[in-house]
Design a protein around this ligand. Sequence first.
Ligand code: BDP
Length: 722
Amino acid sequence: MLSTLPLRLLLLALFALMPSAVAAEDGYDLWLRYRPASASRLVEHLEGADAYSDDPRVVAAAREFNRAVTAIYSEPLPGRELQRDQVALGTPEDLKPLGLNLDTSGLGPEGYLVRSVSGRGHRIVVAGNSGAGILYGTFALIREIQMGHGLDHLNLRSSPRYPLRILDHWDNLDGTVERGYAGPSLWNWAELPKSNPRLVDYARANASVGINGTVLNNPNTDARILTSEYLRKVAAIADVFRPYGIRVYLSARFSAPKEIGGLASADPLEPAVRAWWRAKADEIYRLIPDFGGFLVKANSEGQPGPQTYGRSHADGANMLGEALAPHHGIVLWRAFVYSAVKEDRAKQSYDEFRPLDGKFLPNVIVQVKNGPIDFQPREPFHPLFGQMARTNVAIEVQLTREYLGQRSEIVFLEPMWSEALDADTCSPGCGTPVRDTIKAIAGVANIGSSRNWTGNHFDQANWYAFGRLAWNPAQSPSSIAEEWTRMTWGNDPRLVRPVVSVMLNSREAAVDAMTPLGLAHQMATDHHYGPGPWICDLAEPSWNPCYYSRADASGIGFDRTVTGSNAVAQYAPPVGRCFADLKCVPEKYLLWFHHLPWTYRMRSRRSLWNELVTHYDRGVETVNASRREWELLRPFVDAQRHTAVATALDRQRIEWKWWRDASIAYWQRLSKLPLPEGYSPPAHPLSWYQSIRFETVPGYLAPGAGREPTCSPPQGGPPCAL
Ligand code: BDP
């Protein structure tokens, strides 16, 4: 990093005059961006792969490999003889004719072995116990090539930590996407079952990072997805995904037997209802033999569910589990239950599900959000992790950044997910991180039909990171960020190092700018875009930011200790005791668990008020620094993508400053304390921030609207659209 300002400014001026040396790109290729590598940098030169099996996944793997090397090694190396078919793909059995002794034991159905070998014209073998393993191994080999690694001594052995690595799309049948900021849904229901090449590219991208399931539709669902008409369309998508190892799942509406089945009830204990679901499952599997199963949001935010009939979540989930079991399908039953709450919304999910531990069928997985409330920039881990020992549990994270800036770049979410996966549940004993207590991982997709898939270039990294982390939850954020950067932007270390550091700082900057020190849900009503800490007049108490901050003249924070809601008691005792104890609780969760006076002395010796201000400020400073860093990268990035990111970072600077200033203005109204020395006051009076209204938000296609909405912020306020 350059430290002297004049030198930096000079470089900036020079770069601004330089045309970008790199050809324009629109981001469609994602990290599967196979670009010719300059001969001087290449030690290796691979020509193609041989599929030793006719499994469609192995055929797809060979096709992908050949596509990659044809593009990457587009110019022959001088003086080197070209040789085709240097890579062999197959199971150890398939590859026997090559006389190789390949040990794939212990790799399971999806693991792979990639090894350099000598003799018989082959230089590398990719082996697995099934087509899926071979497919993933082939992508691992492509990754090595893309990152410019030497191939002479390859010996990669890897298998996924979880058997289910699923993307949840919140896509509606009208083409809109709930909390989607990347354009309309990828699934064109009007056109289907006619296929679309984009679906193949989506499947390639998922397979390249090991994602093996896709839930196609929003859990706030429309029962019509289960009609024969739509199932034929779903089957067409499943046909495209199959060679890439991806199973299709559907969100099922609990009341479907009434809405599309003509029954009078959806009571899970009613024999006719059970028979309806069994027949529906049979119909689905006739069309889609490898259908994954159902995702269900029940009795939450107005969705129907078993409680409507006085039955439990287990009754509902097990009914569906029974219908799917003969076909080996599964039920993903969401634990995100949110209805009118009086005392503490953070406790509801645990209170409803913990007593049901052990009551779910083996093919039911209870899908739990990473934190107890709702995908906030920072939450402690959900207390159900580790405490459902006799139940299959999945973690659900959100790739789409509903609460983290939505369409602004850059917020790399991997550190947030790792924070949850690494948290020690202390159940059954300490040293049991969340990642050891779960069976599956699901992520709410951030993908739409915008040309670069995710609406902004850096959100592609969240898709990439989700898959890689689901494969190996112990992989570090920095190594995932580095892989993605090298494949997406280039291998030049002058580019890689700064981009990775910008990414790694970005999530903490979002927390700092929006909800530091354990604050949560300070977003504006409904669309969750921008700050609204003053909002306190909505009918349901837990819709109000003031419900979460509990801020007043005497202090700020939600008391979840024994003197308050006692949510700490939902955690295993060592964890709960620590969260309850001011000497032990990590300060990043301080105001999540404690209500404290503004003058409370922090570990830094600063007052709580001063500490809050420094965090807000740091959030803004970090994004300003990222913007400057990005400017210096102009020579290494194509002009089209460079400009797109620069524009979005400009927007992010405005937004983080808006968050900082609005929050400080409001808290200061309550605390009546002066700003610490050296910190600038908000640019506008509080009333100005309170007057900002967005009907809905930039980049978001509201369900039913069918087009981007307009908005009218005040002069000098946050911009409407990119
Ligand atoms: C919240 C979203 C809402 C979703 C809900 C869910 O605001 O749109 O329907 O989660 O997860 O984050 O079901």
